[in-house]
Design a protein. Sequence first.
Length: 278
Amino acid sequence: MKVFIQSNKYQLLAAKVSKYSFEKFGCEVKIMNLEDNIFLKSNFNKKIRRNDKIVHFKDDLQSFTLLRFYAPELNNFSDKILIIDPDIFALKNPKTLFDEIGDNNYDIACTFYNNKPRSEMMLVNAKNLNWNFSKIIKDLFSLKIDYRDLMDLNFDKNLRIKNIDKKFNSHDIINSDTVLLHTTNRITQPWKEGLQVNFERNNLTSFYFFKQHLKKILNLSYDKNSISKIFQKHPDENVINFVKKLFIEARENKIISDKEINEEILNNNISKNFFNLS
């Protein structure tokens, strides 16, 4: 299985640990680092449409997300490739995904949440696609397509999308079935607890923010994660323990070095309390 991990400087250490978790099962893994993509970086702060609103493409925690559309081209539009976010980690052999699907009658296989395909983890039949990455990006920054339509795979109406079991993209939950864990709630990613938030919550409305702030002032129950400026503790100890163990294991196997860890701590990409370096 070939795996492409999209990342940026803010999530690079996590991407390396993710890479390690897949390589343990014999996968061939490549990290696509936004910092190496001059074309995308040149578009920082330019306008895009997102949920029918005009916003700016920011150099933040999730600036890597467009790289998922580059992976098929990087692999010469051949083979089946798995494209994932840097905060997805393998607990069990991801190759069981092939057995789960069972046929070739698809272009993309991914999980669905709220009846929408989730493109942060997708098995792509690359030979079936003719995505032109440059054109996709140019269309986005010329406001011809909406960022949300890209993420929801609505931009290509000819796609055959197969819905697969959520155990292959388990959102912040570990149970006996989990194959791939996705620490998708950015505010509770275990390695960032206590750090300043460095992303915008574009999926929430201004009214929602106002309502949560008002509830806080009135001492009512409110969505703390939606307005917090600090990364919070993950609510599931099983997730915390698994992720921490995996990071420590990657360090012990010299996948990540103490030098890298200390640099990421200084850059506020890793909580100083996550590793207890001697």
